[in-house]
Design a protein. Structure first.
Length: 327
C-alpha cells in the first residue's frame, strides 16, 4: 500500500469510496447556504424548502431531515460503484461509518448536524506520496477526515507523507460571501449580515480537495473567494519545489471537478476507460465516439447529497508519476 497518485487518468489501483451510512439530516445555516447556494435556487426547493418568506431573512439554524427513501437509494448507488470498481480489479478502501449516536459536531464557536464521509474527494488531497487533509467549507464536515484516519495511517506506515492544513474557526465572519452575492439571482434565502463572535479572527482559509486538478507535476486550483486564495497560498508554499500551482479564478463556485475533468492522455480509471452516470446517455455517446470505453453506473439524488460519484472517490494509488506536461 505505497501511496502514489499524481493525475486523474493513469491506471487506478487503489481508491477510497465514501459511505452514506446514517446520513440523516442537513443543517440549514450560513456555511451550508453559502456552499449549496446554487442548489438552493427555485428549481430545487423540493429538496431544500424555504426557511423564510420571500424578501425576509432568518437567523435560525434549521435541521432538514432526509427521507429514508433517498438514503436507501443513495446507499444502493454507492455500493454499486464499489462493485463496479472491484470488478475492474481496483482495490477499494472504505472509511469508518458514522455511528447513529453521533448526531452533532460542536466546536467553541458553533454546532451543526454531522454528516458521514460520503464525498471523500473534498476532505483530502493526494499529491504524489502525500495525503493532505483539507480545511472544510462546511461546518458539518469539520471532523470528517477522522473517519479516514485508519486508511491514512496505513499509508503513513508504508512511508507516505501525511499533512493537515490549518483548521479554521469558522465563525460567521470567517466566510467570504462575495461570490454567492454576485451570482445571478442570488441564493434562495437572503444571506444575513455576519454576526460578531468572541472568536472572530477575520477571513480564514477554507478549501476542498475537489478544487484541484492533478496533472503530474502541475496542479490547477480553482479560486472563487478569499478563503480559497488563502488556502492556495498555504498549498503553494507547502509544495514549493515539488509541484507547480496554476490558479484558475472563478471557474466555478468551489469544486473544479464539477466543471472540468482532464481526459488526456487518458481517463480516471484507465487510459481508455471512464465511468459515466447512466442518467447521462449523451455524454456516454460523445465519449464512445471519441474511442473511450464507457462503463455506466447509477447515481441518483446528486443535488440532495451534494456530489457525484467522482466526489465519492479519493484516488490513493495510480500508476502515473510526476510527469511534466507543460514545459
Amino acid at each position: 500500500m505505497t501511496l502514489n497518485s499524481y493525475d486523474e487518468w493513469s491506471r487506478l489501483n487503489e481508491v477510497v469510496v465514501g459511505t452514506a451510512t446514517n446520513y440523516t439530516a442537513h443543517d440549514r445555516e450560513l456555511s451550508f447556504d453559502l456552499f449549496f447556494h446554487d442548489n438552493l435556487k427555485g428549481r430545487s426547493e423540493w429538496y431544500y424548502p424555504r426557511l423564510a418568506a420571500a424578501g425576509t431573512q432568518t437567523d435560525a439554524r434549521v435541521r432538514h431531515r432526509i427521507k429514508d427513501r433517498y438514503l436507501d437509494e443513495l446507499n444502493e448507488d454507492v455500493e454499486g460503484i464499489v462493485d463496479t470498481l472491484r470488478a475492474l480489479d481496483v482495490t477499494v478502501h472504505r472509511p469508518m461509518t458514522l455511528d447513529v449516536s453521533s448526531v452533532e459536531v460542536r466546536t467553541l464557536a458553533w454546532s451543526a448536524a454531522v454528516v458521514p464521509p460520503l464525498n471523500v474527494r473534498d476532505i483530502a488531497l493526494v499529491v504524489g506520496d502525500e495525503v493532505i487533509e483539507t480545511p472544510p467549507m462546511l461546518r458539518s464536515r469539520y471532523f470528517e477526515t477522522q473517519f479516514l484516519k485508519p486508511i491514512f495511517a496505513s499509508y503513513f506506515g508504508e512511508g507516505a507523507r501525511w499533512s493537515v492544513m490549518p483548521r479554521p474557526l469558522m465563525t460567521d465572519r470567517s466566510f467570504d460571501p462575495s461570490y454567492v452575492l454576485s451570482t445571478t439571482g442570488g441564493p434562495i434565502e437572503p444571506i444575513r449580515h455576519p454576526r460578531a463572535h468572541p472568536y472572530d479572527v477575520g477571513l480564514e482559509m477554507m478549501w476542498d480537495g475537489a478544487q484541484c486538478l492533478r496533472l503530474g507535476r502541475d496542479l490547477v486550483v480553482n479560486i472563487a473567494t478569499e478563503n480559497h486564495a488563502m488556502a492556495c497560498d498555504w498549498l503553494e508554499r507547502h509544495l514549493n519545489g515539488r509541484f507547480r500551482i496554476h490558479r484558475a479564478y472563478k471557474l466555478s463556485d468551489s469544486h473544479i471537478d464539477s466543471m472540468v475533468l482532464p481526459l488526456a492522455p487518458g481517463l480516471s480509471v484507465a487510459p481508455d476507460l471512464v465511468l459515466v452516470n447512466d442518467a447521462c446517455p449523451e455524454l456516454a455517446r460523445i465519449l464512445e465516439r471519441n474511442r473511450f470505453q464507457v462503463v455506466p453506473v447509477r447515481h441518483r439524488h446528486r443535488r440532495l447529497f451534494g456530489g457525484g460519484f467522482h466526489c465519492f472517490t479519493l484516488d490513493m494509488v495510480r500508476e502515473g508519476g510526476p510527469e511534466d506536461y507543460f514545459s
